[in-house]
Design a protein around this ligand. Structure first.
Ligand SMILES: [Zn+2]
Length: 66
């Protein structure tokens, strides 16, 4: 089941925890199955979209999570 974190926008496949916090669930992490968009960030330094979204590390991210 694919879900996305409302707080970090990270897309998770089967993981129960958000990778943005190093495998631990973050204090505000809230996973939702209702998300839109799919963004793959390979390098946060080179991606203007990632910087605008505040994405801290490479990975898969949703554009909008409800
Ligand atoms: Zn999160």
């Amino acid at each position: 089941m694919t879900r996305a974190c409302k707080n970090c926008l990270a897309i998770l496949e089967d993981e129960e925890t958000c990778p943005v916090y190093g495998g631990q669930p973050g204090p505000k992490c809230d996973l939702s199955r209702d998300f839109h968009g799919y963004l793959v960030v390979l390098s946060t330094e080179k991606s203007a979209v990632a910087q605008r979204m505040g994405v801290g590390q490479p990975g898969k991210y949703a554009l909008k999570v409800r």
